[in-house]
Design a binder for this molecule. Structure first.
Ligand code: SAH
Length: 251
């Protein structure tokens, strides 16, 4: 029997990419880690700051060019903890805002492994902020909702209630929304949202090459095509987007 003491897993949010937006705790845990399991979402600058002597496991590209599936990522985390290692599972933004951090925590807890969560600054708020767009504002939105833009379109019962979203008077922030942008804006308009509603796409938010594209529900798909908008990007919909012109990129 393996009597070795179990290691601990830190589920650490890296924030949206600007290294100065890492929390002090995240920075310390990264610097002290024996193993870091990461993917590309934290961005080049933060990934480049991982300590040399830590074992680094790319969960996005593991075992040659194959992508590590979620079950394999979970298994690696369990195995490393069983080896007695202190492991940082580094996740972009906040670990529990999409990105499956909750599922990883469930597997670890079920395996009797000690987990500590280190919240991070989510890109859902920080990317718009750097683009001069507050997610709430007294004149524009008293509510905000975060949705996944990448639901499987063949899924019969969408978890997204497009009817409710079209009626929603607050700000809608879509994560993972680039590839399904046409479907998402069409659903909103089909369910009655005003085609003139302002929309912004913020690519690589808080990174040196952040780029913002502003339009409306009606023209944003065309603009995104023209400008070659790519993931990772935040889609933000609602009156708050008009503040981009007034506030500009604030960083
Ligand atoms: N946990 C992350 C989100 C993971 S889902 C967070 O809290 O930020 C992955 C999605 O996050 C991407 O498809 C994109 O929509 C968004 N995202 C993450 N980092 C981003 C960044 N720096 N700029 C824009 N979008 C980002």
């Amino acid at each position: 029997m393996n009597s070795k003491k179990l290691g601990k897993i830190y589920l650490v949010g890296s924030g949206p990419g600007d290294p100065e937006l890492l929390t002090i705790k995240a920075r310390r845990l990264i610097d002290e880690a024996e193993v870091i399991v990461y993917d590309q979402l934290p961005g080049k600058q933060i990934l480049a700051s991982m300590p040399e002597d830590a074992e680094k496991i790319d969960a996005g590209k593991y075992a040659g060019s194959h992508t590590l599936r979620q079950e394999q990522i979970n298994q690696v985390l369990v195995d490393k903890a069983k080896e007695g290692k202190n492991v940082v599972r580094l996740k972009g933004g906040d670990p529990y805002v999409f990105g499956r951090g909750g599922e990883e925590a469930q597997v670890l807890v079920a395996n009797g492994i000690e987990v500590e969560i280190v919240p991070g600054i989510t890109s859902a708020i920080a990317a718009p902020a750097y683009a001069g767009i507050p997610v709430t504002h007294r004149d524009h939105a008293s509510m905000v909702t975060f949705i996944t833009g990448h639901e499987d379109p063949t899924k019969e019962d969408s978890a997204l209630d497009w009817d409710a979203l079209a009626k929603f008077s607050g700000t809608i922030v879509i994560l993972m929304g680039v590839s399904m942008l046409p479907r998402n804006v069409n659903e909103l308009m089909k369910h009655g949202k005003d085609p003139a509603t302002p929309v912004a796409l913020i690519e690589r938010g808080t990174r040196p090459d952040q780029r913002t594209t502003v339009g409306t529900l009606e023209n944003i798909v065309k603009l995104a095509e023209e400008r070659g908008v790519k993931a990772p990007a935040i889609t933000i919909i609602g009156g708050v987007v008009t503040l981009h012109d007034e506030l500009g990129e604030l960083r």
